[in-house]
Design a protein around this ligand. Structure first.
Ligand SMILES: Nc1nc2c(ncn2[C@@H]2O[C@H](COP(=O)(O)OP(=O)(O)OP(=O)(O)O)[C@@H](O)[C@H]2O)c(=O)[nH]1
Ligand SMILES: [Mg+2]
Length: 313
C-alpha cells in the first residue's frame, strides 16, 4: 500500500474524473442487456488501441472469482490472450494466477489496521484509494494490451448501487479505450424465495442504472438450483422477469408477507416500468449447455454483443 497519508491527500484532491454519459431508457437493448451510449470508434481509438473485457460484479459470494477463472481457463484453452485483474483488496486466496492484483497497491487488512476501519468501510476506502491512484492502474494495464481482460471486483453491493469510486474507475477504463461489459452475478439461490428475489430485482436494476455499462445479469451456481429447493415457477419465469404479479400473489400467500402486499406491488411496478432486468442462467462448471443454463462460451458472446465485438474463437 502506498503511504496512507499520500492516499488521503490523493483522495481529497480527486476531482478530475469526468461524469459518465447519462443513462437513457430509450437506448436499444437486447434480452438481459442494457446498452448505454458508447464512445464512437473514432473517439475511442484516439491515443491507443481498443481493448475488450468484462467487469465482473455482484454481491458477496455470488461466484465472481470462480467465474473469472473459469472464463480465463476456457479462453486460455482456446489459445486466446486473456488476463484476470483482481480488483478485490479482500481476495487473499485466489484460485488461479492473476496478471495484476490490487494487493500491490492496497489491501483491506492494511487499511483496517492503519485506519481502524471495519471490513465494509475499509473496502470502500480501498476503492476510493484505487480511484485516486488510477495512474497506478493505467501503468500496469499497459502491459496487458492485446489481452481480453476480466476484472474481478469486490462483493460489496453499495459499490454498484450508489457508491462512486468503482464507477469512476470504470469511467477511467473507458477513457483508456477499454470497451467493457458488466457481468453481474447473482446466486440462483434467491429464486427459491420470492421476497429475496424481489430484492435481487431491485438491486440488479439499481446496479444497471448506476454502473452504466453494457450489462448482463447472470444467475450463478445453476448446478445447485435443485438442491436450493423447489421453485414456485418455471426457471423462465425468473430469467425473463415479465409479469411479476404472480410473484406478488405467491408472496401474499404467506400471512406475514400479506401485510406488505402493497409495498411489494409498488416495488415490482418500478421493475416492470423500467423493463430492463432479466437474467441469463449460468453454470461455470460445465463446458456444454445443459439444464437450461449457459456455459461461459455462450456468455462471452452474450456479453460481447453490445460492445459491437464478436469474439473469434
Ligand atoms: N456449486 C457451485 N459453486 C460455486 C459456483 N461458483 C462459485 N461457487 C462457490 O461459491 C463460493 C464463492 O465463490 P467465489 O467465486 O469466491 O465468489 P465471489 O463472488 O468471488 O465472492 P466474494 O469475492 O467474496 O464476493 C466458493 O466456495 C465457490 O467454490 C458454481 O457455479 N457452482
Ligand atoms: Mg471474489
Amino acid at each position: 500500500m502506498r503511504a496512507v497519508g499520500e492516499g488521503r491527500r490523493a483522495l481529497l484532491g480527486n476531482g478530475g474524473v469526468p461524469p459518465l454519459t447519462q443513462h437513457s431508457p430509450a437506448q436499444p437493448r437486447l434480452k438481459g442487456i442494457v446498452c448505454p451510449p458508447q464512445p464512437s470508434m473514432a473517439e475511442s481509438s484516439r491515443g491507443g488501441s481498443l481493448a475488450f473485457g468484462q467487469v465482473v460484479i455482484g454481491p458477496p459470494g455470488s461466484g465472481k472469482t470462480s467465474y473469472c477463472h473459469a472464463m480465463r481457463d476456457f479462453l486460455g484453452r482456446l489459445g486466446r490472450r486473456v488476463a484476470v485483474v483482481n480488483l478485490d483488496p479482500a481476495n487473499e486466496a485466489l484460485p488461479g494466477p492473476c496478471a495484476l492484483d490490487i494487493a500491490e497497491l492496497v489491501t483491506l487488512a492494511d487499511v483496517m489496521g492503519s485506519l481502524g476501519l471495519g471490513p465494509n468501510g475499509g473496502l470502500l476506502y480501498c476503492m476510493e484509494y484505487l480511484a485516486a491512484n488510477a495512474d497506478w492502474l493505467r501503468d500496469r494495464l499497459r502491459a496487458l494490451r492485446g489481452h481480453y481482460v476480466l476484472f474481478d471486483c469486490p462483493g460489496q453491493v453499495e459499490l454498484y448501487t450508489h457508491h462512486q469510486a468503482l464507477k469512476d474507475v470504470f469511467g477511467q477504463l473507458a477513457k483508456w479505450n477499454f470497451r467493457l461489459a458488466a457481468v453481474h452475478l447473482v446466486d440462483s439461490h434467491y429464486c427459491t424465495d420470492p421476497g429475496k428475489f424481489i430484492s435481487v430485482l431491485c438491486t440488479s436494476l439499481s446496479t444497471m442504472l448506476h454502473v452504466e455499462l453494457p450489462h448482463v445479469n447472470v444467475l450463478s451456481k445453476m448446478d445447485l438450483i435443485e438442491q436450493y429447493g423447489k421453485l414456485a415457477f418455471n426457471l423462465d419465469y425468473y430469467t425473463e422477469v415479465l409479469d411479476l404479479s404472480y410473484l406478488v400473489d405467491h408472496l401474499a400467500s404467506d400471512p406475514f408477507f400479506r401485510n406488505f402486499r402493497r409495498l411489494n406491488e409498488k416495488l415490482v411496478e418500478v421493475i416492470e416500468d423500467y423493463s430492463l432486468v432479466s437474467f441469463v442462467p449460468l453454470n461455470v462448471q460445465v463446458t456444454q449447455q445443459g439444464q437450461g443454463a449457459l456455459h461461459v462460451q455462450q456468455l462471452l458472446f452474450v456479453s460481447s454483443e453490445p460492445q459491437g465485438w464478436k469474439p473469434q474463437l
